[in-house]
Design a protein around this ligand. Structure first.
Ligand code: ARG
Length: 577
């Protein structure tokens, strides 16, 4: 049930009946600070001014011609032309019953689209570090939300598995290791070799030569070199997969479609761009000049698609990739979760693909940018010596810290149960800290803030869930099979009921802009409301049985909404804590 959408539709109909021109749309806003007003319709005053009508008169006419009897119990106009809506309790109850009965809370499906979400996308031969966390976590949550709403989501892990750096690394490894030994190398070791290879490349001419030769061999498909390359990719994929599994991120091996995949498509694209004079050759390089973007001198920005030595670049791959996603994968929407420093890169690929007709002019890619993780001193979150913090370390620390906190709360929780809970709480805290912030901003990573039982944390919401379940457990009642009716008597109950029904409109806003943080604040508010309600109206001291059971049912619905909401954030719940 999308209340906002329903009201929008009803009021729009009334607009038309009142001969308000088609391009005017009602603005429906949820109200939380007025007693007994749940929604407000704004924008009527402006419309009245334009149409030279009296706003309160117009507002009254809109009410008169709207069919809101079933949905609203009271509709008033407040000066000079706002419409206040009070939802009908009966109607709220009926819709809550429908949510309760439905495994997906009676949330409607969208008009399904094929959506490609490019996220995580780490580079081969390097360990994942905190820089990959935001893309991985926010991208994964968006994938879950869109899928839940009915889209066909294609998760894509665009790993950096191709490029001249592999010549260098393979040449280095050939000196150092036999290929059968390579198989047992850890990613950590591989990254060290990579750094050493880079130094050697800059210092030794003969090594530079050998590296370049190796690149040529790799690009021409030499089987021995390709085998070593494949091993490097496999080692990386395997270790990254273990991180995804620990984090509960839904990326699997089959979602990997890395840079190397597009390599074979590049020569024909370059030819095509040259033939159609979209690209030109300058000093041996293939370049596209973009009048839409200017360089520092104010001239059209030149983008190199192929270097004079024949090498392709990160951007050439992304042009081929965008073309492929649009034409072959038939994407209706393409979302990139890549940090804000690559903003210009994505502007360039979009302009190039439009210029060359690879995507239509009205197709806009969505680069969902995000800011950096900072330490308490507002500097980038790094180790003391200024290195990137590895994800494996971060995950481990989060789980250990969660364990300490849970043990304090419940010293009786031991063994496997403790481990499981610590894992769920630790990972939940890590993800929620990121998901609950506006993704466009930098955010300060602070262990103490994220692992608290109070405040806007995953733990607070997870605990609310566990608490509701324990109410049922203690009283030996199964929460999801209650036959009685929901009856909303107190104002707090009505508010809770409306909050529950608002889940759908929150999901739709989150899915439109890739902003799971609004789901976080929704779940937090819902948990707070439940907690206040439970304090004021203890369920088991209520002696009227139908009221008691109605409240139990409402509580069960809250638990179910929290569970589904958290699962869309990629966060688990536990039955005990
Ligand atoms: N591997 C890149 C990096 O680490 C991110 C790739 C993002 N996706 C893309 N299609 N360019 O910066």
């Amino acid at each position: 049930m999308n209340i906002q959408k329903l009201l929008q539709k009803k009021i729009k109909q009334s607009f038309l009946r009142n001969k308000i021109p088609k391009h005017f749309n009602p603005i429906i806003q949820c109200v939380t600070n007025k007693l007994n007003v749940h929604y407000q319709i704004n924008g009527i005053i402006q419309i009245a001014n334009i149409l030279k009508k009296n706003p309160s008169e117009l507002a009254k006419n809109i009410i008169n011609m709207s069919e809101l009897k079933k949905i609203c119990s009271k509709i008033t106009v407040s000066h000079p032309g706002f419409i206040n809506l009070t939802l009908n309790v009966q109607w709220i109850q009926e819709n809550l019953e429908k949510s309760y009965k439905c495994f997906r809370l009676n949330i409607s499906y969208t008009n399904p689209k094929t959506v490609i979400i490019d996220y995580s996308s780490p580079n081969v031969a390097k360990e994942m570090h905190v820089g990959h966390l935001r893309s991985t976590i926010i991208g994964d949550s968006t994938a879950r939300i869109l899928e839940f709403l009915g889209d066909k989501v294609i998760r894509t892990n665009h790993i950096g598995d191709w490029g001249t750096q592999f010549g260098m690394l393979i040449a280095y490894l050939q000196n150092k290791k036999k290929d059968h030994v390579l198989k047992n190398i850890s990613l950590e070791k591989l990254e060290k070799y990579y750094k050493k290879a880079k130094l050697k490349f800059n210092e030794e001419k003969s090594f530079l030569k050998k590296s370049k030769k190796t690149v040529v061999l790799l690009q021409s498909g030499n089987s021995y070199i390709t085998k070593i390359w494949k091993t490097l990719v496999d080692i990386t994929i395997k270790e990254n997969q273990s991180i995804y599994d620990q984090l509960g991120v839904s990326l699997k091996k089959q979602h990997i479609l890395g840079e190397s995949f597009y390599n074979k498509l590049l020569p024909s694209i370059i030819n095509d761009l040259l033939k159609r004079k979209i690209a030109v050759i300058k000093k041996g390089s293939v370049i596209i000049f973009l009048k839409e973007l200017k360089n520092k001198l104010g001239d059209d920005m030149g983008v190199i698609m192929q270097k004079s030595d024949g090498a392709f670049l990160y951007i050439s791959t992304d042009v081929a990739c965008l073309k492929y996603r649009f034409n072959d994968l038939k994407a209706d929407r393409i979302i990139y979760y890549v940090d804000s420093r690559q903003k210009q890169h994505f502007q360039q690929i979009e302009i190039i693909c439009k210029k060359s007709g690879y995507i239509p002019n009205n197709f806009n890619i969505e680069h969902h940018i995000f800011g950096m993780m900072l330490s308490n001193d507002n500097k980038p979150f790094k180790t003391r010596s200024g290195k990137n913090i590895k994800l494996t370390k971060l995950i481990h620390e989060s789980i250990e810290r969660a364990k300490v906190i849970i043990k304090q709360k419940n010293p009786n929780l031991l063994g496997k149960k403790l481990d499981k809970t610590a894992h769920v709480i630790g990972i939940g805290a890590l993800k929620y800290a990121d998901l609950s912030k506006n993704r466009k901003m930098n955010y300060v990573f602070n262990w103490n803030n994220m692992l608290r039982f109070e405040g806007n944390t995953a733990l607070y919401i997870q605990y609310a869930y566990t608490r509701i379940l324990s109410i049922f457990k203690k009283n030996k009642i199964y929460p999801f099979n209650l036959k009685n009716d929901i009856i909303l008597l107190e104002n707090q109950e009505i508010i809770l009921g409306i909050q529950l029904l608002q889940f759908e409109e929150i999901l739709y806003s989150a899915s439109k802009n890739g902003i799971p943080n609004i789901i976080c604040s929704y779940l937090y508010r819902l948990s707070v409301s439940f907690s206040h309600f439970y304090e004021n109206y203890p369920i088991f001291s209520e002696n009227k049985i139908h009221i008691k059971y109605s409240r139990l049912k409402l509580s069960a619905l809250i638990a179910k909404t929290i569970k589904i909401g958290l699962s869309l954030l990629g966060i688990e719940t536990v039955d005990y804590m």
